[in-house]
Write a protein that binds this ligand. Structure first.
Ligand code: MF3
Ligand code: CO
Ligand code: CO
Length: 267
């Protein structure tokens, strides 16, 4: 499958899908508290997407090659879970950090975004990991413009994460997105400047770094989906869907409740 350049119609539809994805995260925010189960969060998001947004939760029954169909509508990755945490009976407790990853399909187009949430008061270390990962995502986003390369994005994320004392997960990456959930290109969160695909206006892809407080190695759990840090260190992730514009970028997954961009971003 080739890389697709989106036309004006596609871009309009991707703006809508992106905003809806972000609005699911706005909606779920007040429910991410001590005592809630990740399954309850999944049900709340599922019903909001289907009944209120009249959209489709893309993860539900998603079955890429080599995987059993994903059984839930969102991913909830808690503490040392890196990504693809499957909602279940796990009860969130004070001090947990959790990534909620939402992908909605509206009119055939996908909007993919995730945020970190602290349950009650997280430790200073856990909060720092979430903050550094957020800034790492935005440093990557800030590289996006025609003529820049995917390597520029990966390099910005990797150097910042590693100089902060953290490691970058290598096995999962950002991705092109549109009518398909996962399209080319792969957007690595590590790399070398001036290498890889040269960006062009009309490309849409996600940037979604997974940063570990400890070593970068991962382990897949027996459920066939959940990925955890091999050393059980904490892991954080943030994700936006981004359009390459004529002179830079447009983040498509923003809404009223999106956290402010870091102060180094000029808006
Ligand atoms: N939303 C994830 C991503 O950012 C993919 C989840 S696939 C699932 O690419 F099947 F686990 F939901
Ligand atoms: Co994604
Ligand atoms: Co996602």
């Amino acid at each position: 499958m080739a890389i697709t350049i989106k036309n004006q119609h596609d871009i309009e539809k991707m703006r809508i899908a992106g905003r809806l994805g972000s609005e699911v995260l706005d909606f779920i925010t007040p429910f991410v508290v001590h005592g809630v189960t990740t399954e309850q969060l999944d049900k709340l998001c599922h019903d909001y997407i289907v009944d209120v947004q009249k959209a489709v939760p893309a993860p539900l029954n998603y079955a890429p090659d080599g995987h059993t169909p994903y059984p839930k509508s969102i991913c909830t990755s808690v503490n040392h879970q890196i990504c693809h945490g499957v909602p279940g009976e796990k009860i969130l407790k004070n001090g947990d950090i959790v990534n909620i990853d939402v992908t909605v399909i509206k009119d055939g187009y996908h909007g993919d975004t995730s945020r970190m949430f602290c349950v009650g008061d997280a430790s200073i270390q856990a909060k720092r990991l979430c903050d550094i990962t957020y800034d790492a995502m935005w440093l990557g986003i800030d590289k996006v413009k025609p003529g820049a390369t995917l390597g520029d994005i990966g390099f910005a994320i990797q150097t910042f994460a590693e100089k902060s004392g953290y490691s970058v997960v290598r096995e999962f990456c950002g991705h092109g997105i549109g009518k398909k959930f996962h399209e080319e290109p792969q957007v690595l969160h590590y790399g070398k400047p001036s290498t890889g695909l040269v960006l062009k206006a009309g490309l849409i892809f996600t940037i979604e770094p997974m940063i570990n407080a400890g070593k970068r190695e991962i382990k897949q759990m027996p459920d066939g989906w959940s990925i955890v840090t091999r050393d059980r260190s904490l892991s954080a992730q943030w994700e936006h869907t981004v359009l390459v514009t004529e002179n830079g970028y447009e983040v498509l997954t923003l809404s009223a409740g999106s956290p402010a961009a870091p102060s180094f971003i000029n808006v």
